[in-house]
Design a protein around this ligand. Structure first.
Ligand code: NAI
Length: 384
């Protein structure tokens, strides 16, 4: 299979590695020669590290490398069976590239976008044959993260969707099919992990370290919300939140937090700037968490029930199947358990009561319980 990747940055170079490892002939295209040089050097380094770790041998490294060529014109992608675009997140620029690309490729070439925040329908609309367009959304780093969200636009043909799912499965990834709605699955369902943690901080219930401690100790999350925001970058994470909030016509459930905005504005971006919610400078002491199990449990339950509510509502609105929603969170963002399975474990009645208690306390729409949870509770149902 010939695969054309457009954009050789963080995502494009990772996707190229995945496709090449699976035996596809990959052409990686970028307008910036420097980006291509960097992608090539990065791949060399990654493959050498895999040899050191004993995961691959020299022959495998040579095979993977020889499957990728680096090209400077879009026309070079003319013989692709599948193209995946991973350029700058700008609709107008993407549309221009897609429209030009379509003039070179054959009629049966699938044209996919790795966009995180634009609608696939709007990108597909730039094509003469919009039914060949689909969202294929990888997670960073693409070679390591198991999940890929596949997003059919309303224009996408069934054949293109089926072929895309098959290809990504052949690449040994776990596919979750998502409706073309803001944030798809992961970037929608994960919002409360950050948002509710920030809210708990803003209410003065606990500091960053204590909130992180609660989620890690009580919930088994690998990183607490503030550690994770520092890792992702406060600027990047804030922008995703704001984009999702705007795209949902300002549903208060997705409202961004002033705290994160101020941290971004101050340049406290996290690890990459040396300071975020924590100080990453040489020798800086990490603040101590308050190790109070009652408080930790309260914090964990509050964030968890908000995550469960979001996952249940995504199912209620047919964004994806229950299996795909749970897979998305365990394979895309390494949650210790699927949220719907977690809801079953905690009890649907516990979820409804906890949410209703919060709603009664605050009278804010953000704490409204999903109608699906309420119905399931009434009828004694579970997710699995
Ligand atoms: P990046 O900035 O690392 O790479 C983008 C590359 O595209 C650059 O090398 C740039 O030279 C190239 N480029 C820009 N305009 C171009 C054009 N007109 N033609 C050809 N190449 C062009 O960006 P990154 O992070 O790889 O993101 C790319 C896409 O993937 C975006 O749509 C983003 O929303 C999406 N995405 C990003 C994730 C992440 O964690 N960084 C995760 C999942 C999706």
């Amino acid at each position: 299979m010939n695969v054309g990747i457009i954009g050789g940055g963080t995502m494009g170079s990772g996707i190229a590695q995945v496709a090449a490892t699976s035996g596809c002939k990959v052409k990686l295209y970028d307008t910036n020669q420097n980006a291509l040089d960097k992608a090539k050097a990065a791949l060399e380094k990654i493959l050498s590290r895999l040899i050191e770790k004993g995961r691959i041998d020299e022959a495998e490294k040579t095979r993977i490398k020889s499957n990728i060529s680096y090209v400077n014109t879009l026309k070079d992608l003319a013989d692709s069976n599948l193209t995946i675009e991973a350029i700058i997140e700008n609709l107008e620029i993407k549309k221009k590239v897609f429209s030009e690309l379509e003039s070179y490729v054959t009629d049966d070439c699938i044209i996919a976008s790795n966009t995180s925040s634009l609608s696939i329908a709007s990108i597909a609309a730039s094509l003469e044959k919009p039914e060949r367009c689909v969202g294929i959304h990888f997670f960073n780093p693409a070679p390591l993260m198991k999940l890929v969200e596949v997003i059919p636009a309303i224009q996408t043909s069934k054949e293109v969707l089926d072929k895309s799912i098959q290809t990504i499965t052949d690449w040994k990834k776990v596919v979750a099919v998502a409706k073309d709605t803001p944030g798809f699955i992961v970037n929608r369902v994960a919002r409360p992990f950050y948002g509710e943690a920030l809210r708990i901080y803003e209410e003065g219930l606990a500091d960053f370290a204590t909130i992180d401690y609660s989620l890690k100790t009580m919930g088994g999350f690998r990183m607490g919300p503030f550690e994770l925001m520092d890792f992702i970058g406060n600027d990047v994470n804030y922008t995703v939140t704001e984009t999702v909030f705007t795209a949902f016509y300002f549903d208060p459930r997705y409202k961004p937090a002033f705290t994160q905005k101020r941290f971004s504005e101050a340049g406290y971006l996290g690890r990459k700037s040396g300071k975020g919610y924590y100080d990453y400078s040489e020798g800086a002491a990490k603040p101590e968490a308050k190790k109070d199990d009652v408080l930790a449990e309260q914090i964990f339950n509050r964030v968890l029930v908000m995550l469960i509510n979001e996952a249940a509502d995504a199912l209620f609105l047919n964004i994806a199947s229950a299996e795909d929603i749970d897979n998305a969170m365990t394979k895309g963002v390494n949650y210790p358990k699927g949220l719907l399975a977690w809801a079953d474990e905690k009890g649907i009645d516990w979820c409804v009561n906890t949410l209703d208690n919060m709603y009664n306390e605050y009278h804010e729409d953000r704490y409204r319980c999903s109608p699906l949870l309420r119905k399931m509770n009434r009828e004694g149902e579970t997710f699995f």
